[in-house]
Design a binder for this molecule. Structure first.
Ligand code: AVI
Length: 313
């Protein structure tokens, strides 16, 4: 018990140090993972319902339309490892098609997973379920209970886009080293106005999602960010082929936290998220460099999003 208390305090210090280093850097930044406190996760669910935010529904339509082909490519009986499974809904929709032998949902929030898996276990008694609460972005060291038979990493939603390309490559390599094939959703480069609107919607839900980060920082750091002094910026940067989200100071403002402070000038920004958009060729190159064969690819009729099934080389 004492050890647990000790290690959770150490974890908190690591988070604090990481956040303060980011806030004090000449160009302030924070990791996108801090967007997802309890309210942030709900706001992200709301984003997925927005008319402007096309990725979720476009990917769902690809699975709907090409499900049989995807199932034929994957084959029945895989060990389906669902990265960032959340409520497990996306994978569960594929169970009748993919008929996995084991389902391994992984998420940082283990409590949430267990509730979802209990329910799913009743619906799909033939699929062995092994929920794992872990930060898969840090390690893919899976316990021995995860079957080694035909492992398939399921990584939908274009979450791969939230890694810079070098980290995306390292992450794909880790899946390859864990002997996994891939079923992955990837958002594609498209008309810049479509991209801009998806990350700066008319209702302001994405703005709330971004600003809520400051509430989270106030709690984590004992900081005094005043949300009314900041505005959301979300736009496509074509040079980097990525959406950037920033929080911009509306006026000069001093932010204090326990043990420190920083002054932000009017217009100064905190960079809060990148969301990289790929071309099919660009992503194929990444897969090849990670040790995968050319993928089977399915897209929507506008070529806005793609789903890839890639086997190990
Ligand atoms: C989770 N991830 C794939 C989303 C994206 O599109 O990059 C996060 C997001 N940020 C703003 N809107 C959605």
């Amino acid at each position: 018990m004492a050890d647990n208390i000790h290690s959770s305090a150490a974890v908190t210090n690591v988070i604090r140090d990481e956040l303060i280093a980011g806030l004090c850097a000449p160009t302030a930044s924070t990791s996108p993972k801090y967007l997802y406190d309890a309210l942030g996760s709900k706001l992200f669910e709301a984003i997925c319902e927005l008319p402007e935010y096309y990725p979720t529904r476009t990917e769902a339509a690809i699975f709907e339309r090409h499900g049989d082909d995807i199932a034929a490519s994957v084959g029945a009986g895989a060990t389906l490892i669902d990265l960032g499974a959340g409520n497990c809904a996306k994978a569960a929709r594929l169970f009748p098609l993919l008929a996995p032998s084991q389902y391994v949902p992984i998420d940082i929030s283990a409590d949430f997973l267990h509730a979802a898996v209990t329910q799913l276990g009743r619906q799909f008694p033939d699929i062995a379920m092994l929920p794992l609460g872990m930060d898969f972005s840090a390690t893919l060291d899976l316990p021995p209970a995860v079957s080694r038979t035909r492992r398939l990493f399921f990584y939908p939603g274009s979450s791969i886009g939230n890694f810079p390309p070098d980290e995306a490559l390292a992450f794909l390599r880790r899946m390859r080293e864990a002997d996994g094939d891939l079923l992955i959703g990837v958002d594609l480069v498209k008309d810049h106005a479509v991209l801009d609107a998806a990350y700066d919607d008319a209702l302001g839900v994405t703005a709330s999602f971004n600003l809520n980060l400051l509430n989270h920082l106030n709690r984590l750091l004992g900081a005094d960010f005043n949300l009314r002094e900041w505005r959301h910026r979300g736009f496509f940067n074509p040079q980097q082929s990525r959406i950037e989200m920033h929080l911009e100071a509306r006026r000069d403002t001093l932010v204090r936290w326990q043990g420190g402070e920083r002054r932000f000038g009017e217009g100064e920004r905190i960079h809060t998220e990148n969301s990289y958009k790929y071309t099919p060729d660009g992503f194929a190159g990444l897969l090849r460099r990670a040790g995968y064969q050319p993928a089977h690819v399915w897209t929507d009729e506008r070529d806005w999003f793609m789903v890839c099934h890639a086997r190990r080389s």
